[in-house]
Design a binder for this molecule. Structure first.
Ligand SMILES: Nc1ncnc2c1ncn2[C@@H]1O[C@H](COP(=O)(O)OP(=O)(O)OP(=O)(O)O)[C@@H](O)[C@H]1O
Ligand SMILES: [Mg+2]
Length: 344
């Protein structure tokens, strides 16, 4: 079976006057329909650039792909022109950006922006609009408008019908974020890349939107990559998780396996940094150090300088993923002995 998305050995560098930074250092990720992948890791480790690469929206230059493939149902996206990519966005690939303030056009009403996306997607898939295939433009536009109302309601915007006539500046930041979520989902994309979609929203709206994404995955058999800092969101929403560190995926697998039985020392550190109700004040275990400068990254395993279990061999080469359970792997040369080391 061809995967919906398969990222193979993706290497991306970003050039600046200080030098070239290896921000993606051989990413491998496979997303099938029906799966929601959480992509987690500290700030600056390459999560957004992984998502932007799939929709080919990483600014190039400075972005340069030196190696790898991004296959959407077997078709490599990297050689495509922006015009060809434009046809895939909206219907095949939907994207919710990390920064919502810059992604609505201030000059057009919310309703016009939503219906335009719906109409463009419907040009490729007639089932999106609830009207016969050869209807007049006017009928199609009216159907797209009704769909926009329905989508705004689904993301929790009250009085959706009248709010469609508003301009983006008349909405609060959280409402604009919800409009962008509706816009990413209105074309029923096969693949949704959602970069911190709910970080700016309050918890009740966040829960509603995550529920909506899950419902869409089940109804339309789509695949999702959900980029987030919040491991609680991952545990509640995702079927799978990939943990990134400094341009590498260091551990991935089904959520229950990775969160329930983490193997990579970085995953373990991330999980132990989450406070629980039993955490005493001041007792929060942080992770010492910071993500390294990627212009001159540490040799071998990039996590080694911060790792309690590092040994000289760790600095020799980038560790390949080791299978540690069903569909569960960790890129650590000590993966097999990790259980014993932890309890030693
Ligand atoms: N336009 C750019 N030009 C140069 N370097 C960039 C650019 N965008 C990102 N980077 C660098 O690429 C690395 C990865 O950035 P990215 O935005 O993917 O991180 P992230 O994991 O999404 O972080 P956050 O959690 O803060 O959103 C960082 O070191 C960043 O400084
Ligand atoms: Mg980001």
């Amino acid at each position: 079976m061809t995967a919906l998305l398969e990222i193979r050995d993706l290497h991306l560098s970003m050039s600046s006057y200080e030098g070239s930074a290896d921000v993606l250092n051989g990413i491998n990720l496979t997303v099938n329909r029906g799966e929601i992948w959480g992509l987690v890791g500290e700030s600056g480790c390459g999560k957004s650039l992984t998502g932007l690469s799939v929709s080919r929206l990483a600014p190039s230059p400075p972005a340069h792909y030196s190696k790898g493939q991004i296959l959407l149902e077997g078709r490599d996206l990297l050689p495509l022109t922006q015009r060809e990519m434009q046809k895939l966005r909206g219907k095949r690939i939907g994207m919710i950006f990390q920064d919502p303030t810059t992604n609505l056009n201030p000059a057009f009403r919310i309703g016009e922006q939503l219906t335009d996306v719906a109409l463009a997607a419907a040009a490729q898939d007639d089932t999106i609009l609830d009207c016969p295939a050869h209807s007049s433009n006017r009928t199609r536009r009216a159907a797209a408008w009704s769909l926009a109302v329905e989508m705004l309601e689904k993301v929790g915007i009250p009085n959706a019908q009248s709010r469609l006539a508003s301009y983006p500046h008349e909405f609060s930041g959280g409402m604009r974020q919800r409009v962008l979520i509706a816009m990413a989902m209105i074309g029923r994309p096969d693949l949704l890349i959602a970069d911190e979609p709910t970080t700016a929203l309050d918890v009740s709206v966040q829960a509603q939107i995550l529920k909506q994404i899950k419902a869409n995955v089940a109804e339309y058999d789509m695949g999702v990559v959900l980029i987030t800092h919040n491991l609680g969101v991952v545990a509640q929403t995702c079927s799978h998780v990939a943990v990134m560190y400094a341009g590498n995926i260091v551990e991935n697998g089904p959520v229950a396996a990775v969160i329930g039985n983490p193997v990579h020392p970085y995953t373990r550190a991330l999980l132990s940094a989450i406070p629980t109700k039993d955490t005493k004040r001041g007792a929060l275990k942080g992770l010492a150090g910071a993500v390294p400068n990627l212009i001159n990254p540490p040799p071998g395993c990039r996590f080694a300088p911060r790792c309690a279990f590092a040994q000289p061999a760790c600095t020799k080469a980038t560790p390949p993923p080791e299978t540690v359970g069903p569909n569960h792997s960790a890129a650590c040369i000590r993966a097999a002995e990790m259980e014993a080391l932890i309890h030693a």
